[in-house]
Write a protein that binds this ligand. Structure first.
Ligand SMILES: [Zn+2]
Ligand SMILES: [Zn+2]
Length: 384
């Protein structure tokens, strides 16, 4: 029987430190060495381990390399879907042909398809090509170099789980981040971006020129990760609340059959101290009730193709590209105001850019017209 709350695809709990300690560096010779000239050294080590001369190894490398997987005159991936061979009688190809013709005939349809197929996320790992990693490593001062051996853990952060969305809520992936085993959980927390951290609280309709000095993240600093029955609370700031206590008290009721739950300090726990299940959804909570699912999807040994500068970690490798919330009036500019009970829109709340908001809701002396409430609005595309 499945354990309560364990995702069906999740692996057994594993200790991150145990994983690192079970690693035998001699399994892949040269991995613990620096990348300078390490290819030659690695070949030498392989050669003596396998009892094969170096030039035979190099030949094997070419004969069994990726380049041999390609045929002659193979079309490019982008061209492959544009030309349908005439001599193949397959239903899938027939439909592909029809689809291509439909796109050719209608520009509107073609634009719609292109838009819906647009990349929805940005790949930052492209900045870390093997050559860039090598240059960075050579230029990186010694004190900032990563320590070997260590592990790299892939963490997926999902968009906030907004309870108002109900059953149809989208748990879209927001960020993918690589963390090192030696890093603290707070390092990961500081790298997570969420639109709710940038909120400016309060109805500003009486005085739209007033700009509150602080974002929500500057005022409300509490937060926790919930991983394998333990709340890791961020109590670095003296004003931070222990969010976990109220949940622990609630779970004490034996009828709920939940728990026991522990607590620990987020700032004092490194990823090596964790026991986790790959594939199991855990929780990151902040700003009172902003909940994100987080999933650890992979754990592996740090190698020399990874960025070697410790300041690059936690490393954001992917980030979801966000659509701007456009002003409902001009449909051109990004929304900067969210108004409730505005008589200029059938929606509630409704969204306005700076210019349209001012033009519709205030007279020439800047006096408020009508009764409405207005809040500064940052849509998710505003989060950098
Ligand atoms: Zn959030
Ligand atoms: Zn506008």
């Amino acid at each position: 029987m499945e354990k309560l709350g364990v995702h069906r695809d999740a692996l057994q709990p594993m200790s991150v430190r145990g994983f690192l300690e079970s690693w035998d560096p001699s399994a892949i010779p040269g991995m613990d060495r620096g990348s300078v000239d390490n290819e030659k050294a690695m070949l030498q080590t392989f050669s003596s381990e396998m009892g094969i001369p170096v030039d035979t190894l190099q030949e094997l490398n070419i004969v069994c390399g990726e380049s041999t997987l390609k045929c002659n005159n193979e079309p490019k991936l982008s061209e492959m879907f544009q030309t349908v061979p005439a001599d193949v009688n397959l239903m899938s190809l027939k439909m592909q042909q029809e689809e291509l013709e439909r796109r050719q005939q209608s520009t509107t349809y073609n634009t719609f398809i292109k838009r819906s197929m647009r990349m929805k996320k940005c790949d930052f790992l492209m900045n870390f090509s093997p050559n860039a990693v090598k240059t960075n490593e050579e230029n990186c001062p010694k004190e900032f170099r990563v320590h070997h051996p260590d592990v790299v853990i892939t963490v997926h952060i999902h968009q906030p789980n907004n309870a108002q969305l109900g059953f149809n809520m989208k748990l879209a992936l927001d960020q993918t981040i690589l963390v090192l085993g030696g890093e603290k959980l707070t390092d990961l927390r500081d790298k997570i971006t969420c639109v709710n951290d940038l909120a400016l609280a309060g109805d500003l309709s009486e005085n739209p020129d007033f700009t509150p000095e602080h974002y929500a993240k500057d005022i409300y600093k509490s937060g926790f990760f919930y991983i394998e029955g333990c709340f890791f609370n961020d109590l670095r700031d003296s004003s931070a609340h222990d969010y976990s206590q109220i949940i622990i008290d609630w779970a004490k009721d034996p009828d709920r059959n939940i728990g026991p739950m522990q607590t620990a300090s987020m700032a004092d726990t490194s990823f090596l101290d964790l026991t986790l299940r790959l594939g199991q959804p855990y929780v990151y909570m902040h700003q009172g009730d902003c909940e994100h699912l987080i999933v650890f999807s992979d754990i592996r040994i740090l190698n020399h193709q990874d960025p070697q500068d410790i300041r690059d970690y936690p490393l954001v490798t992917h980030k979801r590209l966000k659509n701007q919330t456009k002003c409902r009036v001009c449909q051109m500019h990004a929304s900067r105001w969210m108004a409730y009970n505005s008589e200029h829109s059938p929606e509630n709340p409704s969204f306005f850019c700076e210019q349209c908001f001012r033009a519709l809701h205030y007279d020439q002396f800047g006096k408020k017209i009508g009764s409405f409430q207005a809040f500064r609005y940052f849509d998710s595309s505003a989060v950098i």
